[in-house]
Design a protein around this ligand. Structure first.
Ligand code: ZN
Length: 46
């Protein structure tokens, strides 16, 4: 699952909301950064 992040206020915007209108619903900023779901990576130290 991916989300968008507003470059102005830094809030996360759900994909559904961003699809309707590429605009931050919180501050109205129009540049959103696509954010990938974090990939958990576990590294074992031997
Ligand atoms: Zn915003």
């Amino acid at each position: 699952m991916s989300v968008y992040k507003c470059l102005n206020c830094g809030k996360e915007i759900p994909l559904e909301e961003a699809k309707k209108r590429i605009r931050c619903p919180y501050c109205g900023y129009r540049i959103l950064l696509k954010k990938r779901a974090p990939i958990e990576r576990k590294v074992k130290a031997i």
